[in-house]
Design a protein around this ligand. Sequence first.
Ligand code: HEC
Length: 133
Amino acid sequence: MRLAVRADYVLQCAGCHRVDGRGSSRHGIPDFRNSVGAFVRLPAGREYLIRVPGAAQSQLSDAELAAVLNWVLEEFSPAQLPSDFRPYDEQEVAAARRRRYEDVVPVRHGLAKALSAQGFGLADYSYGSDRKP
Ligand code: HEC
């Protein structure tokens, strides 16, 4: 199971996010490492990880996407997860996934601002920096 999840990540996500999760700040792809886990501390952030276009619009099924998100969080950012972290499941992904964002940029910047107020600094996100709140 774990191997299949990693293979899904490598095939569907790593082209942009890289196998080691480092992304490419220059191309607007945030580093997952020691960052992405913080999002689940906010309800809107938890939902963001499902609705972000690269995840929502992937070819993975709802159950597969839930498994890949859980894997990404544990693999790249365990220290930022809250101790009561509840893994994603198929139902939660199905409910949120179809509600597409009109524009993800202000959503990501808004979450970064809210988390930074709670002491969690996120990885750099270069898209739409001119629109930072
Ligand atoms: C075509 C490139 C691309 C692919 C493929 C891609 N992503 Fe992304 N991902 C991005 C970009 C760019 C962002 C930053 C938000 C935005 O602008 O969409 C992002 C952000 C994210 C985030 C939030 C991280 C943060 O710090 O904001 C998660 C979680 C994520 N992607 C998961 C996935 C998963 C899971 C897959 C595979 C199923 C995937 N992505 C595939 C480009 C991609």
